[in-house]
Design a protein around this ligand. Structure first.
Ligand SMILES: Cc1cc2nc3c(=O)[nH]c(=O)nc-3n(C[C@H](O)[C@H](O)[C@H](O)COP(=O)(O)O)c2cc1C
Length: 275
């Protein structure tokens, strides 16, 4: 089971603080929230990757971009730093991103997708580069139509979030569409989208985040997260923002439903500590 990338949530500091919970839940790998593969960017300066891989969990850096040469340089850097696998974001649904041909937008430029996958498999090696995609942008068969390109590269896996970009993160997942992709795929397909932790297979994000909010020791874990975030970030404001983002996933849990309005209004770490 792979921990899904949730930008701002399953970040390095989170993965380190919650390492035991991640392992107990049955994850053996995490794909990082996306890091830009833009020209001139050194990914090893990004907080997400700095210092190289650490801990028992396999960490697969995820890149977003549309420039094969820039991707090549980024992958060379992460490989040199000790990362054995990497992933291409072909799923980010935000209009600002996809209209520029990045994230899910890359599904509309098959030649660019082809070149990015070729570079990924060449630099990381066969079976060491993966892609994570949506079913399509507007329709659920756009990725399906690109399968000849996907199949022409020795990918590690194709992770499919069973929604279109248009759906963002809501609405029903279309598992029939995923089944059609599985039928057409020569590479292993990793299912993603609203999977419960009990699936023990596939890529799971929000169900794990919610499960943390239900743990008896959640207060102690949050205290540690505050502590490591304070050591990493500058001042209380970004720490409060980070914690609010995490706790916002717990609004529907009875205990947190009561605490959330207080958390939301907190202006200092002291005010935030309601647990
Ligand atoms: C806040 C947030 C940030 C996300 N960031 C990323 C990201 O950086 N890269 C990516 O491929 N997917 C990203 N996703 C999508 C998730 O990885 C996953 O595909 C989606 O949440 C569905 O899986 P789930 O229902 O198990 O959470 C993000 C989703 C959310 C809600």
């Amino acid at each position: 089971m792979i921990l899904a990338p949730l930008r701002g949530v399953t970040i390095r500091c989170f993965r380190e603080t919650f390492a035991e919970a991640i392992r107990e839940a049955g994850f053996d790998e995490a794909v990082t929230p996306f890091v830009s593969a833009n020209p001139g960017v050194d990914p090893m300066r990004d907080r997400e990757l700095k210092g190289g891989p650490s801990g028992a969990l396999r960490v697969t850096p995820q890149f977003i971009g549309k420039d094969p040469d820039a991707l090549r340089r980024c992958l060379e850097r992460v490989k040199e730093a000790g990362y054995a696998t990497a992933d291409l974001n072909c799923g980010c649904p935000f209009p600002m991103v996809r209209r520029k041909g990045r994230g899910s937008g890359i599904l509309r430029t098959p030649d660019v997708l082809d070149r990015m996958l070729a570079v990924g498999c060449e630099v990381m090696g066969p079976g060491r580069f993966s892609m994570k995609a949506r079913l399509g942008i507007d329709c659920g068969d756009e990725l399906l139509r690109l399968m000849p390109i996907v199949n022409s590269h020795p990918l590690r896996f194709l992770a499919v979030h069973a929604r279109t970009a248009r759906q963002m993160y809501e609405g029903a997942c279309d598992w029939d569409a995923v089944a059609r992709i599985e039928d057409a795929s020569d590479v292993p397909v990793v299912r993603n989208g609203d999977l419960p932790l009990s699936a023990k297979d596939g890529m799971v994000g929000r169900a794990f985040i919610r499960a943390i909010g239900e743990r008896a020791d959640v207060g102690a874990l949050l205290d540690r997260y505050i502590e490591s975030s304070m050591a990493e970030l500058c001042g209380e404001r970004p720490v409060i923002g980070r914690l609010k983002e995490l706790i916002s996933y717990w609004r529907d849990i009875p205990r947190w439903r009561r605490l959330w309005p207080v958390v939301k209004m907190a202006r200092s770490v002291a005010e935030l500590r309601v647990w």
